[in-house]
Design a protein around this ligand. Structure first.
Ligand code: A3P
Ligand code: MG
Ligand code: MG
Length: 366
């Protein structure tokens, strides 16, 4: 077993942030309303300001919910890479060190300040390390969701439905706009962006769900894509709630930063799930604004530091690359709350244990 220590991270990883590359989209895919994979952007949604005072709980009993206990591994991401390689005629992972879901890198980025445990599986294949979530650990630690928890989770999806259209707003028929409140909420459909990005000397292909786009896809692929991330949060009444919100912003920021999503749209709600206001923030300026507010209002140090987060993630990924490159078999990346170190050890001497699909391996050996 090898381990990456977190000791003294606040000073070890402080200072200017490491070289990071701006994420660049290489392809996208969708799941349709039945969660069937499609190699296109058909499930992309378009932002449209929601009606305030909407009840986010409305329609809860007709929610069409995706069963997320099934282990989907990296399957659709690998399918997308095959598709991309067929289209471009070249290997998509040439000079790429890591391929993973956005959620895995978010977990790494939140280790220094949020300290949530996780388990991942990793394999090295043809120059690249592929990382997935260890589904057994995820299922074992998820806890049982009670009625209130299920309702609160629904609020987030309902907010997405109330704030988006299936067509750009300029082309959307009047009744699509007016009927948003009656649309059945279905989280089986998803739109995912796949980007190439970098931390220090590591290059990564990351895929993740994108909630919507502000306008529409740019005609010129060199132009930035105005994706938006939608979130709901409880209205802030007390200093303590403000502090908790700032802490939570760390995950929101990390998620959006990783895919280069420039805007975060937060729907504030009451305890009963009534939407009260909308706040639009630039992803990039979230860490500096928190820092400035803390300094100007004499609030003491901010709850997290974006540079420390980026430097920590870079150092860990560079270490992981050095540890796993060229290794055979299946490896576990494990972190436990307050343990102070991320552990990496082999769990299988050979094979890929479902991290890579037979289809992907067959395609690559053609
Ligand atoms: P909120 O984030 O507004 O609560 P995402 O924001 O990542 O696109 O996720 C969309 C919604 O999925 C969330 O909206 C939340 O309702 C639900 N969700 C995501 N992760 C969840 C989890 N671990 N448990 C319960 N619900 C979750
Ligand atoms: Mg989402
Ligand atoms: Mg969201």
């Amino acid at each position: 077993m090898q381990s990456f220590s977190m000791a003294g991270y606040q000073t070890r990883f402080a200072g200017k942030s490491a070289m990071i590359k701006r994420p660049k989209e290489i392809t996208c895919f969708s799941y349709d309303d039945n969660h069937v994979l499609r190699h296109d952007g058909s499930s992309l949604r378009y932002y449209y300001t929601p009606d305030l005072h909407s009840d986010l709980g409305e329609g809860f009993s007709s929610f069409i919910k995706h069963d997320d206990s099934v282990d989907e591994h990296l399957d659709s991401l690998l399918e997308s890479l095959i598709e991309l390689e067929k289209r471009d005629g070249e290997c998509a992972t040439k000079d790429v060190d890591f391929v993973t879901w956005r959620g895995m890198v978010t977990k790494l980025m939140t280790v220094p300040y949020m300290d949530d445990g996780f388990e991942m599986n990793a394999v090295f294949y043809d120059g690249t390390i592929y990382i997935e979530e260890n589904n057994a650990y995820k299922q074992a630690t998820r806890g049982v969701q009670d009625e209130r928890g299920a309702r609160m989770s629904y609020w987030g999806y309902k907010f997405e439905t109330l704030s988006t259209l299936a067509t750009p707003w300029g082309e959307a028929p009047r009744d699509e706009i007016e009927n948003r409140g009656r649309e059945v909420v279905n989280n089986k459909a998803q739109y995912c962006s796949i980007v190439k990005t970098g931390f220090g000397n590591c290059s990564l292909i990351i895929a993740g769900e994108v909630d919507a786009i502000w306008d529409c896809r740019p005609m010129n692929p060199a132009n930035p894509i105005n994706y938006v991330e939608l979130k709901t949060s409880r209205i802030i009444m007390t200093d303590n709630q403000h502090f908790n919100f700032e802490k939570k912003l760390q995950r929101f920021w990390a998620q959006s930063f990783l895919l280069g999503v420039p805007k975060l749209i937060i729907g504030f709600r009451t305890d009963g799930g009534i939407l009260t206001s909308i706040d639009i923030r630039d992803t990039q300026s979230i860490p500096s604004k928190i820092k400035k507010a803390h300094i100007s209002q004499g609030l003491g140090p901010p709850p997290w530091d974006g540079n420390v987060v980026i430097n920590f993630t870079t150092a860990f990924l560079e270490w992981l690359k050095g540890t796993l490159a060229g290794q055979a078999g299946v490896w576990r990346i494990k972190y436990r709350q307050r343990s102070g170190a991320i552990e990496v050890f082999q769990v299988q001497e050979s094979g890929y244990a479902g991290v890579l699909t037979d289809r992907f391996l067959a395609w690559r050996s053609e």
